[in-house]
Design a protein around this ligand. Structure first.
Ligand code: FES
Length: 283
C-alpha cells in the first residue's frame, strides 16, 4: 500500500488532466469571495472536511439500516440526505484541491474520482429505491460506500501524510521554548514594514505601527510560504500581509485569515515591551 501511494504521488501522467481540471475549477469558482466561503475563511476552519461528515455519516448509517429488516424508508431517507449533501462537500473539496501542490493534486484527483463514483452509485441507489427496486438500491449503496470509503482513505492520506490543507504554522510552536524571548529594540523597528526575525530558529513576522507591534509566525498556515516576503496590503482598514505563494491574506493584528486558500488563521504570538525591548512568548 505504501508503494502504491508513493507511486500515485509521483504519477506525473495525471498532471495533464489535473492541470486542465485545475484551470477549469479556478475559472468556474469565481469571484474570490466565493472561493473564500468554500475554503472556510469565514469559519476559520477548512470547510470541506466539515462538510464531508454529513454524506459519509448518512451513507454509513444507511448501510447499517440496509442490513436490518423493516428499515427501507429510513435507509432511503439517509441515502437521499447523503447524496444531496455530497454536492456542496465536493465543490468545497474541488476548491481546496485547486490550490494544492502538484503531488497533492495527483492524489486528490484519484480521491475525487473515487468519490464521484461513490456519488453516482448512490444517485442510482436512490433512484432504484424510489421506484421500489430496493434490492438494486441496496447493492448500489454498498458499491457506493466502498468507492466513497476508498476516496475517504485517500483524503486521509492527503491530510495526514501530505499535509494538505492543514495548518503548517503550528508545528513551529513546538520548536519554541517557554518564556519571554527578546526580539528587537522597539525604537529600532521601522514602521509599516514587514520584518522577519528568528526565535529559537523559528521565523516570526514583526510589524509595527507606532507603539503597536504584532508578531505572527512567519511560515504561512496554508503551505509554509514565507510571509516575510509577502505584500503589505490594507483590507477593510486593517493592515494585512498577503502570502507570495498563493495569495492567502492575514490581518497583522491577530493573524485572522481574510482571504484564502488558507482556511485557518495565522498564529499570533503574545508580545510585551520591557525596557524598550520587544519580547514574545508562546501563546
Ligand atoms: S503558502 Fe499558500 S497561501 Fe501561503
Amino acid at each position: 500500500m505504501r508503494a502504491l501511494l508513493t507511486r500515485l504521488e509521483q504519477a506525473a501522467e495525471l498532471d495533464r488532466i489535473g492541470d486542465r481540471l485545475q484551470r477549469g475549477v479556478l475559472a468556474v469558482l469565481r469571484p474570490q469571495r466565493v472561493r473564500d466561503v468554500l475554503h472556510g475563511v469565514w469559519l476559520g476552519h477548512p470547510l470541506h472536511p466539515a462538510l464531508v461528515q454529513v454524506p459519509l455519516g448518512a451513507w454509513i448509517s444507511a448501510a447499517v439500516l440496509d442490513l436490518l429488516p423493516g428499515q427501507r424508508r429510513a435507509a432511503t431517507t439517509l441515502v437521499a440526505i447523503g447524496t444531496a449533501s455530497a454536492l456542496p462537500a465536493a465543490v468545497a473539496g474541488a476548491n481546496d484541491w485547486a490550490a494544492l501542490a502538484r503531488e497533492q493534486r495527483r492524489v486528490g484527483l484519484v480521491h475525487a474520482a473515487a468519490n464521484a463514483v461513490g456519488l453516482l452509485c448512490y444517485a442510482g441507489s436512490l433512484a432504484a429505491r424510489l421506484t421500489g427496486r430496493h434490492g438494486i438500491g441496496r447493492s448500489l449503496g454498498f458499491a457506493g460506500l466502498a468507492a466513497a470509503g476508498g476516496g475517504g482513505f485517500l483524503g486521509g492520506h492527503l491530510a495526514y501524510r501530505q499535509a494538505a490543507q492543514v495548518n503548517h504554522g503550528v508545528p513551529d510552536l513546538r520548536l519554541m521554548s517557554d518564556g519571554w524571548h527578546p526580539v528587537a529594540d522597539l525604537a529600532a523597528l521601522p514602521e509599516r514594514t514587514l520584518l522577519t526575525r528568528r526565535i529559537d530558529d523559528v521565523p516570526v513576522l514583526v510589524y509595527r505601527e507606532g507603539d503597536r507591534v504584532s508578531v505572527l509566525l512567519e511560515r504561512c498556515s496554508h503551505q509554509s510560504g514565507p510571509l516575510g516576503e509577502g505584500e503589505l496590503v490594507t483590507v477593510d482598514g486593517h493592515a494585512c500581509v498577503t502570502c507570495p505563494w498563493h495569495g492567502s491574506t492575514f490581518r497583522l493584528d491577530g493573524g485572522e485569515v481574510v482571504r484564502g486558500p488558507a482556511g485557518t488563521d495565522q498564529q499570533a504570538l503574545p508580545t510585551r515591551v520591557v525596557g524598550g525591548v520587544l519580547q514574545v512568548r508562546l501563546p
